[in-house]
Design a protein around this ligand. Sequence first.
Ligand code: GCU
Ligand code: CA
Length: 130
Amino acid sequence: TPVRYEAESAVRSTGSTVDSDHAGYSGTGFVNTPNAAGAHVEWTVNAPVAGSADLVIAYANGTTTNRPLDISVNGTTVVAAAPFAGTGAWTTWRTVTVPAAALTAGANTVRVTATSANGAPNLDYLDGPA
Ligand code: GCU
Ligand code: CA
């Protein structure tokens, strides 16, 4: 069973808010970043052992335009500009998986950073290794 890290408990860049106005999210809400490049959310993901693990990020993008995110682990970009395509509605939540991310034992930082002026999609959670 993966361990879930809610976005509302993660560190987020200035101007981001925790909102709950679009149903279907996990936990108590989701993070709504400003519509700006550089907006980011950073989770601390605990790995029981060093090794590779899938990271699953849940989001909604109610627009028809991709909201690309750079995804970094411990400061190194592992996926550049992952698309985070439109999901059809702000209440429709989908996941993007980062396969086999290299993690160290213990705390790892996983940061997603918007690369376009539209900012990040709404971010719900990250599922990490058990
Ligand atoms: C709407 C929507 C927000 C979303 C924002 C955006 O305002 O209600 O949840 O974050 O669009 O475009 O980023
Ligand atoms: Ca937003």
